[in-house]
Design a protein around this ligand. Structure first.
Ligand SMILES: Nc1ncnc2c1ncn2[C@@H]1O[C@H](COP(=O)(O)OP(=O)(O)O)[C@@H](O)[C@H]1O
Ligand SMILES: Nc1ccn([C@@H]2O[C@H](COP(=O)(O)O)[C@@H](O)[C@H]2O)c(=O)n1
Length: 202
């Protein structure tokens, strides 16, 4: 099994890149694990308390569970991947049965911050988009999908997203084997990634 980590700041295009890679392979050969599924279980907190959590800090992630699940997949066993609700700011009671695949893509802003997880990746990818581009994408997404106001996203960006990005996310670029420039859709980079994956699988 090949495990590929795909990191990068919020709105850089990780999910888009994951989908582009998935389209290059038969469905049964590629699986995805999202870092969002591994946010800490916050069931002991009220929704108001949960909303105050810093979701862009490495301590927000249950890396132990992610390591355990990647190890199980690597040994050929299935896992029950948690399902995250952005409305509840918590894991739901549901899980998704996730089978081992030839290629497993693990995506998330903070996945390259953890040394144990980094070691488990066969290929580490960092998707780069400029901060103004990421902010514009995030503004559009928060408005359209989460009902946030302009001020809410801008305040969150200034107070949390930008400082956490600068402190924890951007520095993990140095661990990447491949950096994908993604201010514009980058089909050449996806072709290169597909070739590298095929090469490693053969
Ligand atoms: N290269 C690109 N050019 C323009 N828009 C993009 C590009 N890549 C992604 N997007 C758009 O930006 C938004 C955020 O992309 P997404 O893949 O969800 O990023 P992430 O998972 O890193 O937060 C989405 O609306 C997506 O369609
Ligand atoms: N309850 C939550 C949990 C996380 N977020 C934000 O999601 C961003 C990471 O996801 P991307 O797809 O954008 O990489 C991160 O910046 C968190 O702020 C949230 O808004 N609410």
């Amino acid at each position: 099994m090949l495990i590929i980590g795909i990191a990068g700041g919020t709105g850089c295009g990780k999910t888009t890149v994951v989908n582009q890679i998935m389209n290059e392979f038969p469905k049964e050969e590629v699986g995805v694990i999202s870092q969002d599924s591994y946010y800490n279980d916050l069931s002991h907190l009220t929704i108001e308390e949960r909303k105050k959590t810093n979701f862009d800090h490495p301590s927000a992630i249950d890396f132990d569970l992610l390591v355990e699940h990647l190890e199980l997949l690597k040994s050929g066993q299935s896992i029950e991947q948690p399902v995250y609700s952005f409305i509840e700011c918590n894991r739901t009671k549901e899980t998704v049965a996730t089978q081992p695949r030839k290629v497993v893509l693990v995506e998330g802003i903070l996945i390259l911050t953890n040394p144990k997880i980094r070691e488990m990746f066969d290929i580490k990818i960092y998707v780069h988009a400029d901060s103004d581009e990421r902010l514009i994408r995030r503004l559009k997404r928060d408005t359209a999908e989460r009902g946030w106001s302009l001020d809410e996203t801008l305040d969150c960006y200034q107070n949390t997203l930008k400082p956490m990005h600068d402190q924890f996310i951007e520095p993990t670029k140095e661990y990447a084997d491949i950096i994908i420039p993604n201010n514009k859709y980058n089909t050449v980079a996806i072709d290169i990634v597909r070739t590298i994956i095929n090469d490693k699988l053969s």
